[in-house]
Design a binder for this molecule. Structure first.
Ligand code: 5GP
Ligand code: ZN
Length: 118
């Protein structure tokens, strides 16, 4: 979608530190990490939010990729958090679906915007 920074990262128009890529998804490091591990996983196709009717197979691949990123980062044993901020109350700032994969330190409980360390 025109003007969408994550579409531009998906197409290679903007740079990113890529962690994993296939024909449907891209994983890359967050520009402003809130945790020792803070990676974003996006569908290459533009959807503004997770509530935009993403097909089941794409949703499954998106989340399985997020789990595989967590595995590759060594987070499965200690634990990790997948977060999808959706809409204004959740303070979604980039309107292209992205799954935050966060871990590497103990996190606060509750429903934070981000997975801030304790
Ligand atoms: P949101 O608040 O929408 O859930 O999260 C957006 C995330 O995207 C933030 O964690 C922010 O640091 C990250 N971000 C915003 N712009 C860029 C960018 O151009 N490149 C990368 N790698 N991350 C970005
Ligand atoms: Zn987009």
């Amino acid at each position: 979608m025109d003007g969408c920074i994550f579409c531009k990262i998906a197409s290679g128009e903007l740079p990113a530190a890529k962690v994993y890529e296939d024909e449907r998804v891209l994983a890359f490091e967050d520009l402003n990490p809130q945790m020792p591990v803070h990676t974003l996983v996006i569908p290459k196709k533009h959807y503004s939010t997770i509530a935009d009717g993403i097909p089941d197979d794409e949703m499954g691949h998106l989340f399985n990729t997020a789990v595989r990123v967590a595995e590759a980062k060594g987070l499965v044993g200690p634990g990790f958090r997948l977060t999808v901020n959706t809409g204004a109350d959740a303070q979604q700032t980039v309107h292209h679906i992205h799954v935050h994969v966060c871990g590497g330190a103990p996190m606060n409980s509750g429903s934070p915007k981000q997975s801030a360390p304790q």
